[in-house]
Design a protein around this ligand. Sequence first.
Ligand code: COI
Length: 358
Amino acid sequence: STSTRTRALAESASSAAYAPNPDFDFDSLGFGLTETDEMWVAESGDDGAYAGGGMNAFGPITVSPAAQVINYGQSIFEGMKAQRSPDGNILLFRPTENAARFAAGAARMSMPAVPEEVFVRGVEETVRANASYVPPHGKGTLYLRPLLMGTGPILGLGPAPSYTFLVYCSPVGAYFKGGQLTPIKLVVEEHFHRAAPGGMGGTKAAGNYSPVLVTQLSAKKEGYADVLYLDAVENKYIEEVSSCNIFVRKGKSIKTPPLGGTILPGITRKSVIELARSKGYDVEETPVSVTELLDADEVFTTGTAVVVCPVGSITYKGKEVVYGDASDPGPTTMEIYDALTSIQAGTAEDTFGWVHPV
Ligand code: COI
């Protein structure tokens, strides 16, 4: 049974099982999927509280063709990372923030929320069971993917009769092809919109991540890393890059679009706002027009997967604006990247209380 498996895993959590697998190649990680050994699975159950979860061998899950998630898309997810400090310990970053966003998303999608302690436990157990895949310090991270899906069958439109909370993981390196801290080229999308006021753009719903593929794929063909979306009302204010949030700097002033339900409330975004303020920047969450974007000294994006990513150029209506020398990250991008990643990897003092050892 899953609980026997959980107990057996806990008892065998020797230091050898906690250390990185010496036979695994951690030197060439990108953002591709590496299947790991174990995943956490919990069903909503009669109490709706996902109480009976446990570790399972990583692998396919079986659902009815009438599963709500397959037919109507009742599904949300999270992105989190576990990483090793220099002394070999494994650290999560602000997991209760992900728990809170997951619960808010569940409410938006009419799903019973996963209680915070159940969420954090599922994530921690997934990290422990796959600890040998957490890369050595400085060589990448273990990316965690919690899912909440309406897996029960239903034919007419309505909420699923039952739900699955699942956490799987994969060791990863840099998100974008060029590698971490290589400036990316973005293109402003003029016709398609990612989200509209009153919609679900502020929810980490699976359904927000496929309508963006049509623009992403055509941008990639033209050599851009990704697409920057504008607001759906005026087609004038920047929103987000579908895989990450965006920041612009002019002098000591940093601006990022406000959370109004149309952009993802990033936990890296929130952390970067706090870090930049602590470093003396004036940070405002305020609408940023394309004009201001093109006039900025420096632009960067943030997200769990991308971390802090320099933007080398932005193309709008066929004209490319280059920031800095386009091949090196700007100074503020580097300052914020270093500050954030040294807290996350346990090399700087965790003055904000963000780090969660596993
Ligand atoms: C993350 O940054 O964790 C995300 O979920 C974004 C996804 C496109 C990889």
